[in-house]
Design a protein around this ligand. Structure first.
Ligand SMILES: [Zn+2]
Length: 238
């Protein structure tokens, strides 16, 4: 999440936040290129880009304490790319948002091979089935724990009382189509794309996506930037 939505971070804006630790897929304006010199020759160097979708209004008339219309926070979607193929992290929520992401993927010129979700909140996976219809070479993945949470949020009664109440007729049909990847690892052109389970973040059974070869962590909702974290599911142990 970032404070000011900005679209289509160019490849030249790839940022390495730490040279020794993890790199977070946050949209910042720093600029250094990932060092591909250490890659074995058979492994294609990867890159990534982040699309930030603008906040959208809730349909209900409830206001913020300041008397303003309530808005759903910006949504960050990440595309990890190799020479020809790509992995999408965290498809968005509404039909319109998902259509924008589909066009963004097509504009990358890469073949989408996988759609992965970091956790089970609908704004990180409701667009998955719609994207699979558009990109038939792709499969959807999440951890077994995240899939449990997806089923909870995708349950018709719960969805109607929460997600569809906030955004009526905006969210596509969203059957749970993700499956666990063997060992929670995918491969993208010789590079590992790893689910790392982190327990409760802004919901239970969350994960982050780690791509060791480029020091990338796509942090999902483990990290918020410039927005108040969603704490409604926090228990006494949080
Ligand atoms: Zn979340």
């Amino acid at each position: 999440m970032v404070r000011k939505p900005s679209h289509h971070l160019p490849w030249s804006k790839l940022v390495r936040l730490s040279t020794v630790g993890l790199t977070l897929a946050l949209a910042t304006t720093g600029c250094t290129h990932a060092n591909a010199a250490s890659q074995p020759p058979t492994v294609a160097p990867l890159s990534y880009r982040v699309l930030i979708l603008d906040p959208i209004p809730f349909a209900d008339p409830e206001k913020t304490p300041e008397g303003e219309a309530r808005m759903f926070q910006p949504i960050a979607v990440t595309l990890i790319t190799g020479k020809t193929d790509a992995v999408l992290v965290d498809p968005p929520m509404t039909r319109e948002q998902t259509e924008a992401v589909a066009k963004w993927i097509e504009g990358s010129g890469k073949r989408l091979r996988a759609i992965v979700s970091t956790h089970g909140h609908g704004d990180h996976w409701f667009g998955t089935a719609m994207l699979l219809g558009r990109f038939p070479d792709a499969k959807a993945y999440a951890t077994a724990g995240t899939i449990e949470v997806m089923r909870f949020h995708g349950n018709p009664e719960f969805r109607a009382a929460t997600w569809d109440k906030g955004f009526p007729r905006q969210i596509p049909d969203a059957p749970v189509v993700s499956t666990p990847a063997p060992g929670n690892v995918l491969e993208l052109e010789g590079n590992e794309v790893r689910f790392v389970e982190v327990g409760h973040s802004d919901t239970d059974k969350s994960s982050v996506i780690h791509v060791p070869s480029i020091g990338l962590v796509v942090a999902g909702d483990v990290v918020y930037n410039g927005y108040h974290q969603y704490l409604a599911e926090s228990g006494t142990r949080a």
